[in-house]
Design a protein around this ligand. Structure first.
Ligand SMILES: Nc1ncnc2c1ncn2[C@@H]1O[C@H](COP(=O)(O)OP(=O)(O)OP(=O)(O)O)[C@@H](O)[C@H]1O
Length: 456
C-alpha cells in the first residue's frame, strides 16, 4: 500500500519540490507550512511518516514532536534541521524521532530515510498482524518475533496446536523453546489441562525415572509413600521434556514406551498406567548426530520428531533483536517510571554481538544495563563485560572504548573509570579487596567510587 508522508516546513519552495518529487515516486504527500496546520493535517489525514522542521514560525519544533509522538504511536517522525543544529537533532532523537536530515538535504538522502522508515513501519505492522493472527495473545505469553524464520514457526504452531502430534524443538539455549512449547499447549484443545515441564538435565539420572513415572511406597529406601510422576500429573494436558538429549540410554527405552503407548509403570509397581498426554520435547543438542553416534535411540528420535521446529539463534534475527530490546526497555520504563534509551551507536554494537545465550542473555544484559545506567541513557559501559570487550574489537564502535559523542569529556572519563572498576570487580568475582589491589586503589576508595556510581 502506498505510504503517506506529511512534510512540515515553512519554506514553501522546499515543500513544493518535495511534494513534486515524492508524488512522482508514488507516495501520498500532504504539506503543512506551520505547526497549526500540521496539527490539523495530522487529524484529517492518514499519515504514516512525518518530516518535521524544528524551526517553525508558530511552534517549537521539539515540543511539537513531543506532542505528536505521544499522540500518534504508530507514526514515524523524522526531523529536519539546519546545518549546525546537531544538538537539537540529538534532543529530537531522544524525544522519539526516528532519524534526522540536515538541510539542505539531497532527495536521495531523504528517500533512503523514507525507505528505512517504511521498512520499520512494515515490521511494526507485521508484528501487530501476527499478534492478531495468534489471537488469544495471552496464549503467546509475550513471545516476540517478526523475523521471517519465526513466521514459519508461527504457521507450524497454528497447524500443530489443534493436533496431538509430538513436537521436537531444537535450537541453541535461550532461543525461546520453552516459550514455544507453552504456546503450543495454550493454543491447543488441552489448554484447560496442565502443562508440566521437566528439565531432564537438571535432575540426576537416578532420580529422573521416579520423577517422570512416579513410585510406589517402598520402591527404594526413603520411599515412605507412593507418589505420582510427571506423566501422571500431565494427564489431560501436555508434558514438556526439556533437554531431552541428556536422558540416559537406559531411561530412553522406558521413555519410548511412554511416548509410543502413553503407558508406563511407576517404580516398584508392575501395573501399567495409561495417560492422555501430548508430548513436546526440546534440545540444544544435535539429536540426529547422537542417533548416529549411538547415544540416542533412533526409534525414540523418530517418535519425538513427528513435527520438528528449529529455533534460529538471535544473531540471525537482527530485526527481532531490536524489537526485543525495545520491549524489554519498555517493561523497565513502565516499572521504574523512567524513559530508558539507547543510542544508535550502542544498538549497533548490540546488533553485531554474537549473543551465544540468545534472548535469555539479551534480557539479562538489558536488565543489568538498566540497573547500572546513570540517568536514563544506557551506555555500552552498562552492558556486561563480554559485550564491552566485543565492542573494543569491533570496528562499529570505533576504537578502544565506545565513545558516546553526546557526552562531555568528564562524563566520558567517568564512564571509562566505571568500566575499569566494574570489569575488575567482575573478574575478581565480586571480591572488592582483590579488585582494589588490581586497580591499585584502597578498598575504602573503591567502596567510595561504587557508592558514587550508585548515587547517580
Ligand atoms: N521471542 C521471545 N520473546 C520474548 N522473550 C523471549 C523470547 N525468546 C526467549 N525469551 C525469553 O528468554 C528466556 C529464555 O527462553 P526459553 O527458556 O524459552 O529458552 P530455551 O530455548 O527453552 O532455553 P534452554 O534451552 O536454555 O532451556 C526466557 O526468559 C524467555 O522469556
Amino acid at each position: 500500500m502506498e505510504k503517506s508522508i506529511l512534510f512540515v516546513d515553512d519554506e514553501i519552495r522546499l515543500l513544493r519540490s518535495l511534494s513534486l518529487s515524492f508524488r512522482k515516486k508514488g507516495y501520498h504527500v500532504t504539506l503543512a507550512a506551520n505547526g497549526q496546520e500540521a496539527r490539523r493535517k495530522m487529524l484529517e489525514n492518514e499519515v504514516d511518516l512525518v518530516f518535521l522542521d524544528l524551526n517553525l514560525p508558530d511552534a517549537n519544533g521539539l515540543e511539537l514532536l513531543q506532542e505528536f509522538s505521544s499522540l500518534y504511536h504508530q507514526k514515524v517522525f523524522i526531523i529536519m534541521t539546519a546545518y549546525g543544529e546537531v544538538e537539537s537533532a540529538v534532543s529530537a532523537m531522544k524525544a522519539g524521532a526516528f532519524d534526522y536530515v540536515v538541510k539542505p538535504a539531497k532527495l536521495d538522502e531523504i528517500e533512503l530515510i523514507i525507505n528505512r522508515a517504511c521498512t520499520w513501519l512494515g515490521m511494526k505492522q507485521e508484528n501487530l498482524h501476527l499478534k492478531e493472527r495468534l489471537k488469544h495473545m495471552e496464549s503467546t505469553n509475550g513471545f516476540i518475533s517478526i523475523s521471517p524464520e519465526m513466521k514459519h514457526i508461527y504457521e507450524l504452531i497454528e497447524r500443530v496446536s489443534s493436533t496431538d502430534a509430538t513436537v521436537l524443538l531444537h535450537g541453541e539455549s535461550g532461543t525461546g523453546k520453552s516459550m514455544i512449547a507453552r504456546m503450543i499447549h495454550n493454543l491447543s484443545g488441552r489448554n484447560s489441562g496442565p502443562f508440566i515441564a521437566v528439565n531432564c538435565a537438571a535432575i540426576p539420572e537416578q532420580l529422573l525415572e521416579s520423577e517422570l513415572f512416579g513410585y510406589e511406597k517402598g520402591a527404594f529406601t526413603g520411599a515412605t509413600a507412593s507418589r505420582a510422576g510427571k506423566f501422571e500429573a500431565a494427564h489431560g494436558g501436555t508434558i514438556f521434556l526439556d533437554e531431552i538429549g541428556e536422558v540416559s540410554i537406559s531411561l530412553q527405552a522406558k521413555l519410548l514406551q511412554a511416548v509410543q503407548e502413553k503407558s508406563f509403570m511407576r517404580l516398584g509397581s508392575n501395573q501399567l498406567k495409561q495417560v492422555d498426554v501430548r508430548i513436546i520435547s526440546a534440545t540444544n543438542r544435535n539429536l540426529k548426530q547422537m542417533v548416529q553416534d549411538g547415544s540416542f535411540r533412533e526409534d525414540l528420535y523418530y517418535r519425538l520428531n513427528i513435527v520438528d521446529m528449529h529455533m534460529p539463534p538471535l544473531r540471525n534475527r537482527t530485526d527481532d533483536l531490536q524489537l526485543l530490546i525495545e520491549e524489554f526497555l519498555e517493561k523497565h520504563r513502565k516499572k521504574m517510571k523512567k524513559n530508558y534509551r539507547l543510542s544508535s551507536q550502542v544498538m549497533n554494537i548490540l546488533k553485531s554481538y554474537e549473543w551465544p545465550g540468545n534472548v535469555r542473555e539479551l534480557q539479562n544484559a538489558v536488565e543489568r544495563a538498566v540497573v547500572l545506567c546513570k540517568d536514563e541513557d544506557l551506555s555500552i559501559q552498562d552492558f556486561p563485560h563480554e559485550i564491552q570487550g566485543f565492542s573494543q574489537t569491533n570496528p562499529v564502535s570505533g576504537g578502544l572504548f565506545a565513545f558516546d559523542k553526546t557526552k562531555t569529556l568528564p562524563e566520558q572519563l567517568e564512564d571509562i573509570e566505571r568500566q575499569f572498576i566494574l570489569t575488575a570487580i567482575e573478574e575478581h568475582h565480586g571480591q572488592i579487596a582483590s579488585a582494589a589491589r588490581e586497580l591499585g586503589v584502597s578498598r575504602q576508595r573503591l567502596f567510595y567510587k561504587l557508592n558514587k556510581f550508585l548515587e547517580h
